[in-house]
Design a protein around this ligand. Sequence first.
Ligand SMILES: [Zn+2]
Ligand SMILES: [Zn+2]
Length: 436
Amino acid sequence: MRTLLFSAALAVAAVSNSAWAQTPIAKPISDWFDTQGQDLFGIYCNLHQNPELSWDESATADLMADHWRREGFDVTAQVGIKGVVGILRNGDGPTLMLRCDMDALPVTELTQLDYASTKDVSLPSGVSAGVMHACGHDIHMTNMIAVAKYMATHRQDWSGTLMVIAQPAEEKGEGARAMIDDGLFTNFPKPDFAVALHVSGDTPAGQVGVLAGFTQANVDSVDIDVKGRGGHGAAPETTIDPIVQAADLVMSLQTIASREIKPSAPVVITVGAIAGGTKHNIIGDSCHLQLTVRTYGDEVRKQVLAAITRKANAVAESYGAPSPELLFSQGTPSLENNAELAGRLREVFKDAIGEQNVLVSEPSMGGEDFSRYGREGVPILMYKLGSVTQSRLDRFAELEVPPPSLHSGHYYPDFEPTMRTAVVTMTAAALHLLKK
Ligand SMILES: [Zn+2]
Ligand SMILES: [Zn+2]
């Protein structure tokens, strides 16, 4: 059945990729891919059917280490608890780091593919859920096994040091920090460049998206404890109602983005949770708000967080209430693709898969901890990898429904054209950055 699926996917891909598979850059890699595709599909299915949650990626890390060791990489496991680092030295030249992430999500798979994940997990909250590679990290890992193998078996074509890393806990925004803190750039060579890709659920397979500058946001969480004075619901004059105050604050927060920050700087302030009170006729003592705050630049971030504090205090004062308590937790910093690296690799990708297949991708207000390698002073590029065939995207358009987003139980990449594009573009990037 796997063979059948793969062949069917191959037929689709033969149409979409025939044009670019023949360019001088793509052809040797694409021809090599033809000899490896079946094995890679097996590796992919294995990863897909055995997903592991953040910080639980033991079998996945072993699998990555085994593959890289087999190709002659000097492999170190348990860097940042579950992370894996592979080094292949091949003469003089720069060091290039390629990164993939290993963790899956507590999402029940609904794709009905014959290789769908059937794994379940009981979460710390007691809720049970399925486990699924709903963010496509299994594609990222399979690609990195392929690219490492190509580079190891074509050493005559490049010179320098190739560093491959498999990172844990991306979905928690913690894995990159853990690997860096565990000596990623001190016990191993500090790279001259770092490149990663991420699947996209609404970009056609066979295409990639590149964007210089900010592509992912600063992620901050804010907890606000709005304080009041409780009492009888029928005697509001004896109380300071924290719920009315909280409602006022929720609306007031929305004017930060619209009135205080310049329109060209995107800001999101979402109050995702609000909790207060126990019963119809009781005015409680407090109300708790949980916010996610997204920004790009560090200056705007500071300005927005200061404005949230000011608004919370001002609303409290206007009600004669005690000052609120605010707790700020910084998540992942914003991801800024190095402009020069983005420019260079955009040209490489155009030469490899054709100008029409290299899109300018849209920035997102999501978070990605690949950004942390950039914050350590390494020029980074994360590009988008199309993962859904144009014909399948067309069907969604006809039905007037958006294609399933990443993290949806319905999301799945079309393996063959997606993987071929990943392997060709990332290998082409590596050969370019490590050219003799
Ligand atoms: Zn994700
Ligand atoms: Zn992801």
